[in-house]
Ligand binder design. Structure first.
Ligand code: TYD
Length: 206
């Protein structure tokens, strides 16, 4: 089987990470070779950049600098980890990728979705994911989950509800732009159902 590049997207507290673990488990039991990774991060250089971006002390970070750091980290991550895994015919599942930059930096920070797409094109060329699963939860519910569980709260979580509503609106614009690869799953359902719905979509490409 040829390698497949699948990404997961969603607002804060959408439960992406839990769904990814369950999906990986299920597919491995069926004999598929799965590599999971995340952004920002995934390899040392990108994890180093991640700690700069998400540091709660870095309140003065400029939006352009933020977008460029995400793109720099993505370039390293793609070339060092994702591309070789694709060439080895693995299924790569990545927690956040280019659409996070388009929604957060492009739309919510107001840099423009097309501008942020352009710097990402410089970073990773035309290597978009084949499939993107968007775990859909309203921003208010997602934030409530983040602040009531044990996950570490980072600089971007601390943005206002208004910012997170813009992120959500950005994702909806992206969904329209990339209808073919961008698939929406209802994340307000019980996790077993979310996993089931996600697997059903993934099965259409593997
Ligand atoms: P993370 O702890 O991975 O959050 P989550 O569990 O919600 O995925 O932190 C990543 C944060 O960085 C999250 O707030 C989304 C944001 N982000 C961007 O703003 N742009 C990007 O390109 C990426 C990859 C993430």
């Amino acid at each position: 089987m040829k390698g497949k590049f699948i990404t997961f997207e969603g607002p804060e507290g959408s439960g992406k990470s839990t769904v990814i673990v369950a999906v990986k488990d299920f597919l491995e039991k069926e004999g598929y070779s799965i590599l999971t990774t995340r952004e920002p991060g995934g390899i040392k250089i990108a994890e180093d950049i991640r700690s700069i971006i998400l540091d709660k002390e870095n309140t003065e970070m400029d939006a352009h600098a933020e977008a460029l750091l995400f793109a720099a980290s993505r370039s390293q991550h793609y070339n060092e980890k994702i591309k070789p895994a694709l060439e080895a015919n693995k299924i790569i599942i990545c927690d956040r990728f280019i659409d996070s930059s388009l929604a957060y930096q492009g739309h919510a920070r107001g840099l423009g979705i097309d501008n942020v797409y352009d710097i990402n094109k410089f970073a990773i060329g035309n290597n978009l994911p084949e499939l993107t699963i968007f775990i859909d939860v309203p921003p208010e519910l997602g934030l409530k989950r983040v602040f009531s569980n044990t996950r570490k709260v980072d600089r971007l979580d601390l943005e206002t509800l208004e910012f997170h509503e813009l992120v959500y609106e950005g994702y909806m614009l992206i969904a329209k732009k990339y209808k073919n690869r961008f698939k929406i799953v209802d994340g307000t359902n019980p996790v077993e159902q979310v996993v089931k719905d996600t697997l059903k979509i993934i099965k259409t490409i593997i």
